[in-house]
Design a protein around this ligand. Sequence first.
Ligand SMILES: [Zn+2]
Length: 465
Amino acid sequence: MNHLLTQLLAALAPLRQAAQHHPRGFAAVGLSLLLLGGGAYALAAAVVTLAPDVAALPVHVVRETVTPLPLQEQAAALELHRYTLYRSELSRSNDTADTLLRRLGLNDPRAAEFLRRDALVQRHLLGRAGRNLTAEASDRDTLVKLTARWSPDDDGSFKRLVIEQAGAGFASRLESLPLTASTRIASGTIESSLFASTDEAGIPDAVAIQLAEIFSGDIDFHRELRKGDRYAVVYEVLEGDGEPLRAGRVLSAEFVNAGKAYQALWFQEPTVAHPEPVASGLPTRTQGRGGYYTLEGKSLKRAYLASPLAFSRVTSGFKMRFHPILKTWTRHLGVDYAAPTGTPVRSVGDGVVEFAGVQGGFGNVVFVRHRNSHVTVYAHLSRIAVRRGQRIDQGQSIGAVGATGWATGPHLHFEFRVNGQHQNPLTIARNSESIPVAPAARPAFNRLAAQARQQLAAGELLAQR
Ligand SMILES: [Zn+2]
């Protein structure tokens, strides 16, 4: 496998050069490996534009899947025929028929006129951001065919709007088709923030957030990321016509935080057949529950999350620019999370609301009682979403960040108490028990874990290019 990877990496060089020569200019070049069945690899070069308003998916301006080897020749061929016929873009919310065609490098007043008047285009394209566009142009820069693709619902399908030359004019049609899943490996190193790094690597936000959530029992992504931390991630991408339209699930991942490596693997226990037939007389089958495990087979789901705030672009970029009054008020016995007013606050574990209301310096505060005399405290809330005595689940929203009580700016003051004694929340989260894979599912798990080890190692190698 190492030999194959060496060839792949050698073949990447001309592709990266090609990307850098693109006339529109790019902020980053993302390279990804597509995993095929049976351990075969195909190479995809993805040139990624960073569009902050369309953060969901990387834009593939040139994208070729080449298989099998030799890659060197195919990379050269890719260099020759790019941009001659096909151009790609993402639609923007302020697009008009003219700006859209211009961005695609087209100069075609008749096509512009059609786009302005066509009902399907009006309804599904103009003014809609984030549609994946590909255009086929004549050598006089007139439109031959324009295709817009998007996946509005999480139902495994995508929409395709096609505008095509027909007779003397154009015709449009709207189709609904199934998405296909492919798998990608990506990796990166933290320089300033997780999102800065995932942007650079062309990793969709949805995958970055999953990464943070998967390891949230071990790493507090709000407080503990270090420069030089690194990661590799294998994830699904749902594609329409080979264009990435939706980020899927993270399948496996590795995160090295402060020199310590954490790994995760998505595993769904095999389908279980019920022994007794139900009313219909037919035996039913239940899909086994899925979750993330270490490669050794221990569940990453813990009794407590490490952070009461979900990781997001908003919370990750918000820095505390003031000293909370509580620090001078008394010994500071909690952890402060800076976040904008209104950011959802979640319970770190299952429990029962012990108090929900106003209390002195805490302002609006919620106390949650968990098992074993554990109590968590969430203070300075702008809004409380639970009532005393209410039973709540891990991750459930209990209110929103605010600056009520003795606080000079919006932040969450969070405490973890065991028998009334204050504890470091992260230590408690890490020490809480985790559940192993069921013995019957162990062989299937071990096969998957071996495969994940290989893929993550490949991702690491890609990072060292
Ligand atoms: Zn505090």
